[in-house]
Ligand binder design. Structure first.
Ligand code: ADP
Ligand code: MG
Length: 321
């Protein structure tokens, strides 16, 4: 029995019927998946010649998303942020597990959430092979597994002095989406909101960068901070040219209106890839991307705006700080 809000009363849908109703029906597509949902573990095999790339990301209500956020968009975004981590290493996604902590078994919420998550999973042929379901404050976790040819994964630590710096897509749309949610009056908000709510993980781009890029990272916390991770781990520095950053018309209008020119560099959630390529390999790039700077020996990140170096806070968002 379901009440008017679609919330099942206690005892109506327990943990196990919830799992089989909303998560177990997805067809398993990968030959490497030998056993999916239903036993104590899933069983997978890693084909010869590949490394298994493993990542996990959690989204907590009131930390990563607003209370009452659209459940279908949450399901999409939870998977997208994990696939984006695989993409940044050049790994092709294989399968995922899903740990759900829910305050209640709300049938409408679960139907929408699973639609968002399994819809994106289907588009990338990702098998949902297991998980955990518990009652508590709304917390959503995916662990994603992917395959990358042995020894070929793109690491943060592999940038070389002289590499050009590139990024896919446009910068700051998701940051603008957040500003719109917080009340900024944008005349054409659709693209920014779409990119904030339902980012598109750059899986094909990541795979296409294998054997071409040196270092790569996905833009989750803002370009300045994320590129900062590459610089730190590669023990190099960089110069960026502000005028070369790919910005949408809506973001350009926001900057003209507010003067907040740093927003695209510091706002997170874009889930584009930022990567470095040696000049000799630049003509091997087969994906749409924009050159935004160059790796240099002198440590630190220098941003040139109108030819003048601007101070830039490169610290990403950190929990507990
Ligand atoms: P166990 O008690 O052995 O941890 P569970 O009872 O938690 O197993 O889960 C039963 C089965 O359902 C397992 O195969 C588990 O991987 C799967 N499962 C549990 N929750 C989810 C979920 N949210 N999404 C997908 N699979 C799930
Ligand atoms: Mg369990």
């Amino acid at each position: 029995m379901v009440d008017e809000d679609g919330v099942l009363s206690p005892g109506q849908m327990g943990e196990f019927s919830l799992i089989s109703r909303f998560f177990k029906n997805q067809a398993l597509t990968k030959p490497s998946t030998h056993l999916g949902i239903g036993d104590d573990c899933a069983l997978l095999s890693v084909p010869e010649g590949f490394d298994l790339a493993v990542t996990t990301d959690t989204m907590v209500e009131n930390v990563h998303f607003f209370a009452g956020a659209d459940a279908k968009q949450l399901g999409h975004k939870l998977l997208a942020v994990n696939l984006s981590d695989l993409a940044s290493m050049g790994a092709r996604p294989l399968s995922v597990t899903l740990a759900l902590t829910l305050p209640k078994a709300d049938e409408n919420w679960l139907a929408a959430f699973s639609q968002g998550l399994l819809g994106l999973a289907g588009r990338h042929s990702v098998d949902l092979v297991g998980g955990d379901t518990t009652c508590g404050p709304l917390t959503l976790t995916v662990q994603a597994l992917g395959l990358v040819p042995h020894g070929k994964a793109l690491k943060r630590s592999a940038a070389k002095v002289g590499d050009f710096i590139y990024m896919t897509g446009v910068l700051g749309d998701a940051g603008l989406g957040l500003k719109i949610k917080q009340g900024y009056p944008c005349a054409s908000p659709d693209q920014a909101l779409q990119r904030f709510n339902q980012p598109d993980p750059q899986v094909d781009a990541g795979v296409a960068l294998l054997d071409v890029a040196n270092a790569c990272i996905d833009l989750s916390d803002g370009l300045a901070g994320d590129l900062g991770h590459i610089l730190e781990q590669s023990q190099v520095g960089a110069s960026l040219v502000y005028e070369s950053l790919p910005l949408s018309n809506a973001v350009r209008t926001y900057i003209n209106d507010t003067g907040d020119w740093a927003m695209p560099l510091t706002a997170g959630d874009d889930y584009e890839l930022c990567f470095t390529v040696s000049p000799e390999k630049a003509d091997q790039l087969s994906i749409n991307c924009t050159k935004i700077g160059v790796i240099e020996a002198a440590p630190g990140l220098r941003l040139y705006k109108s030819g003048i170096i601007q101070p830039l806070i490169t610290k990403s968002y950190e929990h507990f700080s």
